[in-house]
Design a protein around this ligand. Sequence first.
Ligand code: CP3
Length: 388
Amino acid sequence: MFDSHVAVWDDQPVTSDISPLTTDGHSSSGEHGRPALPASHPLSDGRTSDSALILAAEGRPVPHTPVWFMRQAGRSLPEYRALREGHTMLETCFNPDLTVEITLQPVRRHGVDAAIFFSDIVVPIKAIGIDVEIAPGVGPVIAEPFRTSKDVDRLRNLEPDDVAPVIAAVAALASELGSTPLIGFVGAPFTVASYLVEGRPSRDHVHTKALMLSDPTTWNRLLDRIASICGDFLSMQVQAGASAVQLFDSWAGALSARDYERSVLPHSRKVFDAVAQYETPRIHFGVGTSELLALMQSAGANVMGVDFRLPLSTAIKRLNHPTPLQGNLDPAALFADWHAVSESVLRVLGDAQGLPGHIFNLGHGVPPDTDPDVLTRVVDLVHRETAR
Ligand code: CP3
């Protein structure tokens, strides 16, 4: 029953439940304000409010389909590898000059329609003093994994001073980027909890699920603490100048719908609730979450990220109500010959016809050994094919 809601791309605002549409159907941008944001915020003063990304996320008519790539800042770029030399990943995340430069690199090189803040999902955890490192080629490693109720007490509140250099980088980026929106992000409580409990990346999440099933009190306390920390961190990013946010629940696809709904969804909702007042687009993304899309949407997202397993035209039918979608080229397709790459890109654009809005992205992050020239060509192709 979503047909009556589906917008015409060119000249009609959507009527579905996508904030921030005001009662007259127009976005509440510019002088009409997003009251919770400072007047100097790029969405308030109009710098990013009419960018292709924000227009698409709000279901408004776009000049072209906006494109950005998850993990666009990173090892696929030689200029990133050069800058990272001699700095650990987390050192880099707390260094504003490096963070700003790395975030800008893919915007300059590829002409993408948004910057994603260069950081990591464990940054707020590190900021409150938890001993975590990012091991090259592995991912986050926690010195003392969280397994008991007492461990949860190690998660104190996040204070602005804990992340002052990180938030300074957000503010600097918002001014450097001009009309290009900055996307802020945090990890969702389940995905962050999985790292805390397992102590390192895990395929089967056995300790995490065991805690969830056997000690719901401790589990809920753990996820609630993470949700507070991540919600506060995301809110600070928005206040400092992020124009959209994405909640990464990368490993939620490991859960059944029942477990997700009972044990995870309320905590992800708490993170989105922390930023709902700002009326920025709220994107929710997970991997292998085809069966969870409607539940993930109900956490408070107004844009749904879709991985490469489901065509966008199928994904939209699985939602509670239609919203703009983000996705979903298979990252592996970037390694095919250009003819196949372009066919795959066109297939995604074809699947996106008739959506209330579309933000082109991959179905997961850019693989480290991707040829960056292919990414630039994909951006050009999407822009050319969708120019109107
Ligand atoms: O360009 C961007 O998307 C912004 C940067 C970004 C990073 N991590 C940088 C990074 C973002 C959005 C993240 C989020 C993140 N971190 C997620 C959610 C997104 C996803 O991919 O599912 C997760 C699960 C993590 C945890 C994490 N951090 C992993 C699994 C890894 C990979 C380990 C490796 O070396 O392969 C990291 C490290 C990491 N985060 C790198 C980057 C660029 C690589 C570190 C390096 O360059 O040495």
